[in-house]
Design a protein around this ligand. Structure first.
Ligand code: DX5
Ligand code: ZN
Length: 218
């Protein structure tokens, strides 16, 4: 798969949490290969979701690519647990204070791809020191913590900036967008260089998931 092949990564946060395996099955039956797993600690974001035990149990019942988004104040304490639980890619936020370079390196040592994430109000420049060290940059287009929020159009300029840096420096990371992504907002991100699209509500509420997936991955 080329680096810029568009990928839709449905967020199972928007699925039925009594039946997360069924959500994975829906993603797989739609013909998709990635699932996005949102991990929240109640500190970095004002919500809680699920942890490594849940990820490990989901790993046993499906072979989708697990794109694990850690919304944690101390992600470095948990990356080993998530790598062992079967994550394929682990993304960590740039905002908290911890050893970011070491954490990104450790994720790769553990056999996973790594990603750096920035919130809507965090300047693009904050991720500059890490751009040559990551497999993915995740740009939040909502304040993280909850699904179903409205897409922040003011973040589009930041996506363009990061895409410019990627081109100017011939870097290889994927550029992913997360929050309020739907059939209307995904094309705006694609025009600005995004190649990887997280969608929770828009995917799980789509009447025709195949059609929605095609509209993103075509
Ligand atoms: C927000 C999460 C997102 C969320 C997206 O904290 O990081 O992945 O599930 O949900 P929607 O697509 O509903 O905005
Ligand atoms: Zn997410």
């Amino acid at each position: 798969m080329s680096l810029h092949t568009p990928i839709l990564a449905p967020s199972i946060l928007a699925g039925d949490h009594a039946h997360l395996a069924a959500s994975m099955e829906i993603v797989a039956q739609t013909g998709l290969s990635w699932a996005h797993l949102d991990i929240m600690d109640g500190h970095f974001v004002p919500n809680l979701s699920f942890g490594p035990q849940t990820v490990a149990d989901l790993r046993k019942v499906c072979d989708l690519f697990f794109d694990v988004h850690l919304m944690l104040d101390e992600p470095q304490r948990y990356i080993e647990a998530f790598a062992k639980s079967g994550a394929n890619l682990i993304s960590v936020h740039v905002e908290p204070t911890y050893a970011i370079v070491e954490t990104l390196e450790k994720i790769r040592e553990l056999g996973c791809l790594n990603g750096i994430v920035l919130n809507p109000d965090t300047p693009a420049e904050s991720i500059l020191p890490f751009l040559g060290r990551v497999d993915l940059v995740l740009v939040m287009t909502v304040q993280p913590g909850f699904g179903g929020q409205s897409f922040r159009h003011d973040v589009l300029a930041k996506i363009s900036q990061i895409d410019r840096w990627r081109n100017d420096r011939s870097l290889q990371f994927r550029l992913e967008v997360d929050g309020g992504v739907d059939a209307q907002t995904a094309p705006l991100c694609r025009e600005r260089g995004c190649d990887t699209f997280v969608a929770g509500t828009a995917f799980f509420q789509a009447g025709d998931k195949l059609e929605f997936a095609r509209s993103i991955e075509e």
